[in-house]
Design a protein around this ligand. Sequence first.
Ligand code: ASP
Length: 452
Amino acid sequence: MQIHLSKHLCRLFSLLILAIATGFSVLPFSSDPAHALGRLCKHQSNFAFALHGGAVWGSAKHPDKEAFLLDQLVTGRERLTRGDKALNVVEDSVAAMENSGLFNAGKGSVANSIGEIEMDASIMEGKHLRAGAVASIQAVKNPVSAARVVMDDTPHVMMVGESADDYLINHGVHPVAPSYFLNSDQNFSDVSLPKDVQIIPATVKTAGEIAQFSGVWGGVLGGRLNHIVIVEQIDRNGGQLIVALGANEGLGLSKPITVRVRAKFLNEYLIAETDDFRLSYHIQPSDGLEVRLSVSDGGRVSGLLKNRPSLLKSTGTVGAVALDKCGDLAAATSTGGFGAKLPGRVGDSPIIGAGTYADNRSVAVSATGHGEYFIRHAVAHEIAARIRHGGESLVQAAYRVIFKELKPRGGEGGVIAIDKTGEVIMLFNTDGMVRGSTTDKLSPAAETFYSD
Ligand code: ASP
């Protein structure tokens, strides 16, 4: 961690010097005068605006995120009423969510498996199909604005990694040190574990919520983790575990062997055992959780994992879609990705056509959920294509993709979308999705579950 910190600080320092020297304003490919001039749109009276704060697994409510979304919806509605451009409204609302620390984006991003923050974001406008994206960036405050700079001020659509950080900071994007991120000191294990074993730290939460940051998907998808353990509802009186051995069906990897175990704690000590493995947890009240896992092939691992309840506050990819009074659509998405993901893993959020898409001829979409599925199904573009080429309505297209294409194959998540007529849909196949919307006719409202 020390090495990472000093590496980042050196980089940040040199970038700051460069940025100051260049006045934060060298924008060689500037191509959007409308943005610079803040041009207003007044061609039509209707507009629409929707936001999401991530797919939700489990039944926990998210009143703080809903309240934040509501504020952003009120602000965005005022701006769209005045005739502000959809593109600026989606960028600014996503940037505000990134700055809040409430979501898994920007400040609140969760760390990867080696404790580093790697953020993905994208933005797209539907009039000219211009788009910008960043992936695996680590040193900027607002990934969505970095994506906007890629779109407006470079000849490219996507930039990734350290080179993207360096270039974008030199061209006006706000830099931050690793300490800016709430979870930058987060580490999922305090001891080194064998490469094929990943153990998720315990907190009193449901497996679904833990899965959001646990990297269970990223780990399985990496194809390198043969044993996945999710700790569900663990506390001093009892607990439940789900243990998966091998890959998960639908991921196209080796033959799936999934074992589900539910076990009870007795006297702070738990043992779960099958023919394949024996797993024991011992709660150490002051230090966290001692975990021992032995598998039948002779492999063995033990480690002391600290409880980090704060991680759970940081879940939630964010996204925005809008239709403005010019009739222009725009979409933006930003995320820290899955917690404990393999370093370098990129999800759907920065992939144009997967996590984000906008086309004035059809729809603007921002997605959240299991990114690997959203990439392979090109979810956002698939919805647009069904509307444009297949003549489907927004609700038909989104329902078809989320419930008929993704869900049967194990792909979990949802989308917010607005079509060219101003129709809004917020659809998900998970337990919930923090989301809200407003239109010229409807006041802002935000909720997490259908029953709210
Ligand atoms: N789609 C995001 C990713 O795969 C995660 C999420 O939306 O929760 O990185």
